[in-house]
Design a protein around this ligand. Sequence first.
Ligand SMILES: Nc1ncnc2c1ncn2[C@@H]1O[C@H](COP(=O)(O)OP(=O)(O)O)[C@@H](O)[C@H]1O
Ligand SMILES: [Mg+2]
Length: 366
Amino acid sequence: MIPQNSAASPLPAGQPANDPMVAFQAVTKTFGDPKSQTSFTALGGVDYIVPRGSISGIIGRSGAGKSTLIRLVNGLELPSTGKVIVDGVDVGALEQSGLRDLRRSVGMIFQHFNLLSSRTAFDNVALPLEIAGLSKSEIRQKVAPLLDLVGLGDKASRYPAELSGGQKQRVGIARALATEPKLLLSDEATSALDPETTQSILELLKTINAELGLTVLLITHEMEVVKTIASQVAVIDKGLIVEQGTTFDIFTNPRHETTRSLLSSAVGVKLPHWVTSGLKAEATDGDRVLVRLVFFGNTAFQPLTARLVAEIGPDVNILAGTIEEISGQPFGSLVVSYPATPEITARAAHFYAETGLTTEVLGYVA
Ligand SMILES: Nc1ncnc2c1ncn2[C@@H]1O[C@H](COP(=O)(O)OP(=O)(O)O)[C@@H](O)[C@H]1O
Ligand SMILES: [Mg+2]
């Protein structure tokens, strides 16, 4: 078994869920001389808390400031103003030796794995332990279970060039865990991987979070990543957090324009082009209305559609529907159309009110 880190054991019962592992307090970061014309403000004042034991995500487009933000956590960058507090310690106030300790207690994984090509999988994982001054036998005792944990027990003597992308990232994860960190930072760790490999790496991160109680802070531009494993998420745009909350709330009810556009292709049904291209904002006589119905939890799909047809009438068309899982919770969406007559509209409204369905009129089609 992997050595247990007492500081990173799972949440004891009754521990407040918002006990912060990381707290960003009014953090700004400007590169270059702030008085110069060429200086650039990458972070404009970020407040964000990563609860201990959580998997928290930060999503945003390329250039939004994600990497800058995460590099503040292990002191690779220092804030221009504001504070970054990691497990109660102000990173900006640390001396060299304090920074060394911090980096040992914070593991990091990267998009391009950052393995040493001249070292085997075993020796890559061993590297941080060599730096920490452990003996050869101590290192062997730690590395073997780590390679087992990430599913590479039989690949110890392989070089990075002999491993697939997913296997390389598994080595990266084992190396990040070698010093028994309490926090794991992930900077686009699955962005170079295909969807299937991405899912298997996310499963591994979930397991590590659950079994070792490790807090995970991940930044990504991939909505699927957050949707699959993060319990809470913040959306960053041009160096500012524009929206934050539980992943389920943000994904099912995005409020900010940036969130909506980031999520548009990641959540809910995708309508075919021939439908969206013909949509009008106003109805004229004889038009059909297109409505998106959203349902949460375990509302069953089949009875719902059957009742819809029974209540509204045989003129209902079901155009698309999905049930997906967001942060472990079911979320369904259904797009239907029916004649936009006052009578049918009233029947539909009655049905929606009775069932508590959330609805959105997408537009009208001839
Ligand atoms: N060392 C640096 N010097 C100057 N500008 C930087 C530096 N690091 C990042 N930036 C700028 O800050 C912005 C945010 O970068 P980054 O945090 O890497 O974004 P993301 O990871 O979201 O793609 C970008 O415009 C980038 O060019
Ligand atoms: Mg980045």
